[in-house]
Design a protein around this ligand. Structure first.
Ligand code: AMP
Ligand code: MG
Length: 352
């Protein structure tokens, strides 16, 4: 857990002071650029959704916006968490059918769309596998092949019966769902809406290192967001300079356990029932749509770099990506290549 905190704090530091590893100016490293040109931000750190979060807003309504954001995070956490027995999703998983709130319904609709477009790489029915591997309660273990074979019968969004008009979801036999792969992106998107409603023009949230920025920084410059080096939690692999978008990363290093010299992480390949093992160590998605960015960060991690590249080429108008492979190669899609900087060389993926 400490790791999450360090990562979240590190990203927040980058945003507020601009202290990136690459290409920083003298002003940025000292943080004086922000302080000289603008009012002080209102910033709050909270623990929710199993991770440390930072909410920051500038301007006269900053406090109101940060308080509203905190309430929204806590409301959505209570609704969506599989970790609390009385959440809406836990009730659905226990009973097998439920009429969902509008938030959960929107998430389920988005999850099913992403499931379809990614050929099943993103699948909210992985929850029984998350339980079997012990990720839901930290009772980590490696399930036997026969246990996985049996469990795999319950995996597949095609077994879900979703009545969108009535917002009613009915699970197949033995199924349970987990919105952990998109809930934070949806939440950060909601916070951007709240910032708008509060009249805040400049702000950001970091939900366990998943960042969503609103507008530009108060001095008009872009936000600088560090992408963690998957091999070293205290280092960054590169910096993105962006406005008005979500920057959401999935990495095997975020949650894992080791057994007999092998590392098992929390992103499951729905086609094998095992932690995805397709050569990627992290995938960062940049998109105006937080829910999509979160779902795709998980899905492209499962796909591996070749399939993910093909997917991006077909959906280049919806998002961009930074992908890091096991050998340390950084791939950046063309749409963000000129706002990405790194001490290392990186390869640009062209549209073709
Ligand atoms: P993220 O950190 O956004 O990649 O999400 C990882 C979380 O999503 C895990 O902790 C699970 O709750 C869930 N999850 C794991 N594998 C998948 C998958 N293939 N599709 C959808 N959700 C998943
Ligand atoms: Mg995700």
């Amino acid at each position: 857990m400490k790791k999450h905190w360090i990562a979240a704090a590190f990203v927040a530091c980058l945003l507020l002071t601009g202290c990136g590893a690459a290409e920083h100016t003298e002003d940025e490293t000292t943080g004086s650029a922000v302080q000289a040109n603008t009012e002080q931000p209102v910033s709050k750190e909270i623990f929710a959704m199993d991770t440390y979060m930072t909410i920051t807003a500038y301007g006269e309504n900053g406090q109101k916006a940060v308080d509203a954001a905190q309430q929204e995070i806590e409301r959505l956490d209570a609704l969506l968490s599989t970790g609390s027995a009385d959440s809406e999703i836990s009730a659905l998983n226990a009973s097998g059918t439920a009429q969902l709130s509008s938030d959960s319904a929107e998430l389920v609709s988005c999850a099913l769309e992403i499931n379809e477009s990614t050929g099943g790489a993103f699948d909210i029915t992985v929850y029984p596998l998350m339980q079997a591997w012990g990720f839901t309660d930290e009772s980590y273990r490696v399930p036997s092949d026969s246990e996985l074979t049996t469990l795999m019968e319950t995996i597949g969004s095609d077994q879900l019966d979703w009545d969108a008009d009535n917002r009613t979801l009915t699970l197949g036999d033995g199924q349970a769902i987990d919105l952990g792969g998109i809930a934070k992106g949806y939440t950060s998107g909601r916070i951007m809406e709240l910032f708008d409603e509060c009249g805040v023009e400049s702000g950001m949230v970091s939900l366990g290192g998943n960042v969503h920025v609103h507008g530009a920084k108060p001095d008009g410059s872009k936000w600088r967001i560090g992408i963690q080096d998957p091999e070293n939690s205290e280092d960054i692999a590169g910096v993105l300079e962006v406005t008005d978008c979500a920057v959401i990363t999935s990495g095997g290093y975020e949650r894992y356990f080791e057994q007999d010299g092998t590392t098992y992480h929390h992103i499951i390949d729905p086609s094998t029932g095992k932690p995805a093992d397709n050569g990627l160590t992290s995938v960062t998605i940049v998109s105006a749509d937080g829910t999509l960015a979160d779902g795709l960060s998980t899905a492209l991690f499962v796909m591996g770099v070749d399939q993910a590249t093909e997917y991006w080429r077909q959906h280049a108008d919806e998002f961009d990506a930074v992908m890091i492979t096991e050998d340390g190669t950084i791939f950046v899609t063309e749409g963000i290549a000129d706002v990405f900087s790194s001490d290392r060389t990186f390869e640009t993926i062209a549209r073709k």
